[in-house]
Design a protein around this ligand. Structure first.
Ligand code: ADP
Ligand code: ADP
Length: 224
């Protein structure tokens, strides 16, 4: 089975008396190691799609299969466990904890998952080293450049070795050179670990460096 499959996903939001249908039967198949760009104008449902695919939101109709197994009807606790074990998120703003060092920010999700402190530290420093931040382990977020902050956020998102990474405009706040480095980082991680990623972006040049491009048209996913 594919790693992730969205089958005719429908998602509606109530807006006053109206219902806004954001996703109208969106389907997607994602295989291990694939890095896909989601390119579409603002307001077309990119964040909604990433949240449904990442088990943060339930669709109103349709199914989301992880390893060929349906997830929509699972209870909240089971969905949270699957999300913790298998999914990482990166956002436009890094949301790192300001009082904690880069290393501690990457250690924390591992402790929450129950890993021993020594092992969590070892893995965090190895991961940050791999992402080119070996000399920044004890820096706080404010002492890092925008691109470094975002690479720490990526390290945090993959600290628990998820098989899926969803990035929502991860370089929306960065200059072009730094953005390219952040994209290279995500692709390198996917190649190294078999991680599959969907990256929502407005940057067509960077989208062109990923494995394939999709877009949302009238609530449905089509090749871009
Ligand atoms: P994008 O990420 O492409 O900008 P979103 O998925 O954030 O799009 O939003 C798509 C549409 O759904 C927008 O019109 C937005 O206002 C609406 N929307 C998103 N989340 C909610 C919500 N929780 N409640 C009501 N409307 C929402
Ligand atoms: P395992 O790989 O041993 O199933 P997980 O931590 O992945 O362990 O899953 C924990 C529980 O959730 C198990 O009961 C498993 O059967 C169930 N589960 C795992 N993945 C899915 C899925 N995609 N859909 C439904 N149930 C799942």
């Amino acid at each position: 089975a594919p790693l992730l499959e969205l089958d005719r996903v429908v998602r509606r939001y109530r807006q006053g008396a109206e219902a806004l249908e954001v996703l109208s039967g969106a389907s997607l198949t994602l295989h291990a190691g694939e890095v896909v760009a989601l390119v579409a104008p603002s307001g077309t449902g990119k964040s909604t799609l990433l949240h449904v695919a990442g088990l943060l939101e339930r669709p109103d109709e349709g199914e989301v299969y992880l390893d060929g197994r349906p997830t929509v009807a699972l209870d909240d606790a089971a969905r949270t466990t699957l999300r913790r074990n298998h999914v990482g998120f990166v956002y436009q703003f890094h949301h790192l904890l300001p009082e904690f060092s880069a290393l501690e920010n990457v250690v924390l999700p591992q402790l929450i998952r129950g890993l021993a402190a020594g092992e969590a530290k070892r893995r965090a420093s190895e991961l940050l080293g791999y992402l080119g931040l070996g000399a920044r382990l004890s820096h706080r977020p404010a002492e890092l450049s925008g691109g470094e902050q975002q690479r720490v956020a990526i390290a945090r998102a993959v600290a628990n070795a998820p098989r899926l990474l969803f990035a929502d405009e991860p370089t929306g706040n960065l200059d072009p050179g730094t953005s390219a480095h952040v994209f290279e980082t995500m692709t390198a991680l996917a190649r190294a670990s078999g991680l599959a990623a969907v990256v929502a972006t407005h940057n067509l040049e960077l989208a062109a460096t990923l494995d394939r491009r999709i877009t949302l048209r009238d609530g449905v996913l089509v090749d871009a």
